[in-house]
Write a new protein. Structure first.
Length: 290
């Protein structure tokens, strides 16, 4: 496994994979790797001959009062996990490598970023789309694998690559969960034992929403209210609970009958820790199996 911290050396290494007639798979991450990330690595390995993982805590996707400074950084452990997973290339750039002195450019995707996380984190997706554009510019033609837990991010990145003609196939893989249904997240490390138990209200609310979605005549508003009630009863501070079009990410009117495919997405706080999760009706299994 080659560990590279220089952007041009990483570009050459990615070019070298293709020059050997092999397909490159890429998994962009902010490090603090867990089983969810490793499932993305496995998914990339199923679709490509060589896998590259990027480990970079991207400052531009954090707001002024967010957790950039304390975001988990576990480089030694991440490298061990990459090696064990059969990763060929690991890119560990500095901020200066990705944002050179005097840089002024940002990449923005409109419409898809207006709601959900975009409403409460106004700079977040501009930072995401900027760093993804930079990373995919370095990797060149590849298959890039993302998780559906960050569903809005996945849709934004797919739109980004289509609009900018970036030579990357974007693949979204199912959310990886703990046995009790909690979605794996690097931020779960912030949770105390009591907060970890209360966090189960999130998969519980989404599981109930999937059951309720099968009721004849149920409306988007009824699904939303049910999710909000479950989260509030557990003492979570709700950022949003939204029922939306799963492709356009526009919230559905409360009084419209729920369509066969609908995104049910939540973001909620336990103390200072913000967790997100989602399901798409008719596509995803309940986070908590019945």
């Amino acid at each position: 496994m080659d560990v590279i911290d220089d952007k041009e050396a990483f570009r050459r290494a990615c070019d070298g994979v293709r020059l050997r007639g092999e397909r490159l798979g890429v998994v962009p991450t902010m490090g603090a790797l867990h089983a969810g990330h490793l499932r993305l690595v496995a998914g990339a390995a199923e679709r490509a001959d060589r896998v590259a993982v990027t480990l970079f805590v991207n400052p531009t996707q954090f707001g002024p009062n967010e957790d950039f400074a304390r975001y988990p950084r576990t480089l030694a452990q991440d490298l061990e996990r990459c090696a064990a997973a059969g990763v060929s290339l690991v890119f560990t750039p500095s901020v200066e490598q990705m944002y050179p002195p005097g840089e002024r450019t940002r990449v923005r995707v409109d419409s898809l970023t207006e709601h959900l996380c975009g409403r409460s984190r106004p700079v977040h997706f501009e930072g995401v789309t900027t760093i993804v554009t930079k990373l995919l510019s370095l990797t060149g033609p590849c298959v890039a694998v993302f998780g559906r837990k960050d569903y809005q991010q996945l849709k934004v990145v797919q739109r980004l690559c289509a609009d900018l003609l970036l030579p990357a196939e974007i693949v979204g893989l199912a959310t990886v969960r703990e046995p009790d249904g909690l979605a794996l997240s690097s931020r779960n490390a912030y949770l105390s034992a009591s907060d970890r138990a209360r966090a189960l209200a999130i998969p519980r609310a989404l599981s109930a929403a999937l059951v309720h979605a099968g009721t004849d005549g149920v409306t988007a508003g009824e699904i939303k209210r049910g999710v909000e009630q479950t989260l509030s009863q557990a003492g979570l501070r709700i950022d949003y609970a939204t029922v939306a079009d799963p492709d356009l990410l526009q919230p559905l009117a409360h009084d419209v009958p729920l369509p066969p495919r609908a995104l049910v997405a939540v973001a909620a706080y336990l103390g200072d820790t913000r967790l997100i999760d989602n399901v798409v009706t008719s596509e995803d299994p309940p986070p908590i199996p019945s």
